[in-house]
Design a binder for this molecule. Structure first.
Ligand code: ARG
Length: 434
């Protein structure tokens, strides 16, 4: 960070010299992170100046100039011609300085009635809503792939485990549809988060409103928000709270990913040998030529720790009194890290799942007749025995009769069971949420 103060909005023409290192300390990483928020910030600035024109703080002609200049900045940024670097304190300052550079005195009007406090809230919220939309789309895609695989593998036998011990015969369909249904629930949780976050903080300024008749409903609707976040103190206090809610949505999804990754890595061992990853999804060993490692699944499993670390960091820094404190800036990094990790993980999943091979013979061979003990007990119940007595008889080894693994599966007819998977019900919920 240069120690030149010419890029500080609040300095009196660069006269407020700062002690060496202080500005770099305050703004160092923030300006890099603002690259994720910059386009949203420009959009929010466009809405803000439109609002200023609506209450005659600027003229319609001036508004046009602002809009054109902000559009120019957007395209310059997208083409890499405008660089957000350490000469600016933050992305907010960069926008205002660009406007002033291009429009002279008019540019100085852009920040009328706005604080960087409501500005950062607004662009963060737009960013989170956009990211949740993307995450939601890929979660829906993963759920659809899992439902497709479940449909394909209705008859593929595998052991069902409890305590990692063979328990009852199961099918690949039941195993995988379990993850699909959970992801569908996560989608409805994401929707709730989207509703919570879909509220405009713009116009609350530093956290107390301003003595101008800002049309907050107008700017909210220009930005596509569902409603206005009414109270300015709450707007500030929701910084961190909303980030946590967003990460919580990621956490639900990534917890499922971790569990699925765990199952897959276990089922890929030579001891299980139930599934294999496509060669192009495995990695080699630097020393052992025989190895094909599922590193990608392990990193997917580990990624939840990144989300949890991010949540912990934000929870810890939120021990604050109400209103804006610069501490809150430190919620930006973990939020972005958590979101990027979630997206990167999920985006690999559809292809990874589709490219897996299910070793159906090995899976079926692992289903043994002793796993039918519960079936034997229940068969006796059907013939009038009390379950506890039937259980003891089945346990004492002298099972007989015509129960087979196939009939056991065919008889799981209640909803969700192997013979009545309810995939269509899960699919319908998915369609409604996707
Ligand atoms: N980079 C700052 C943040 O993320 C922007 C807001 C600065 N506001 C202030 N009052 N210094 O919080």
């Amino acid at each position: 960070m240069t120690e030149k103060n010419n890029a500080l909005l609040w300095s009196a023409q660069g006269t407020d010299q700062m002690a060496p290192g202080v500005m770099a300390y305050l703004a160092g990483e923030d300006i890099i992170l603002d690259q994720y928020l910059f386009l949203y910030d420009i959009k929010a600035t466009t809405a803000h100046v439109t609002g200023l024109a609506a209450i005659d703080i600027i003229t319609d002609k001036e508004l046009l100039l602002f809009k054109q200049t902000l559009a120019d900045l957007t395209s310059a940024y997208q083409k890499g011609e405008f660089e957000l670097n350490e000469q600016y304190e933050d992305g907010h300052s960069a926008i205002e300085m660009y406007l002033t550079e291009q429009l002279g005195n008019l540019g100085k009007k852009a920040h009328t009635g706005r604080s960087r406090n409501d500005q950062v809230l607004t662009c963060l919220r737009l960013y989170m809503l956009d990211q949740l939309k993307q995450i939601s789309a890929v979660v829906a895609e993963v759920a659809a792939v899992l439902l497709g695989l479940a449909d394909e593998h209705k008859a593929t036998l595998m052991p069902g485990y409890t305590h990692l011990q063979r328990a009852m015969p199961n099918t690949v369909a039941v195993w995988l549809a379990g993850f699909a249904e959970s992801l569908v629930d996560n989608l409805s949780e994401i929707k709730y988060t989207q509703d919570l976050l879909n509220t405009s903080p713009l116009g609350t300024a530093a956290g107390f409103g301003v003595p101008l008749p800002l049309d907050r409903e107008l700017t909210a609707s220009l930005l596509g928000f569902n409603r206005v976040q009414i109270n300015p103190v709450y707007a500030q206090n929701s910084r961190g709270k909303f980030e946590l809610k967003c990460l919580q949505s990621c956490h639900h999804v990534m917890s499922d990913v971790r569990r699925l990754a765990w199952d897959l890595s276990l089922f890929m061992t030579a001891e299980f040998d139930f599934v294999s990853l496509a060669k192009d999804h495995t990695t080699g060993s630097s020393i052992m030529p025989n190895k094909n490692n599922p590193d990608v699944i392990e990193v997917m499993r580990a990624s939840l720790s990144v989300i949890e670390g991010s949540m912990m960091q934000i929870q810890s820094l939120m021990s604050l009194p109400s209103g804006y404190q610069r501490d809150l800036q430190l919620s930006k990094g973990p939020l972005i890290k958590g979101i990027e990790t979630t997206k990167a993980t999920l985006e690999l999943m559809p292809n990874l799942l589709k490219s897996m091979t299910f070793k159906t013979e090995n899976m079926a061979a692992a289903v043994s007749d002793d796993m039918l003990a519960t079936d034997h007990a229940l068969e006796a119940v059907k013939k009038g025995a009390h379950f506890r007595d039937a259980y003891l008889i089945a346990k004492s080894d002298n099972q007989s009769g015509d129960i087979s693994v196939t009939s056991s599966i065919a008889n799981r007819v209640s909803l969700g069971g192997a013979a009545n998977l309810g995939l269509d019900v899960i699919q319908e919920r998915l369609n409604a949420l996707a």
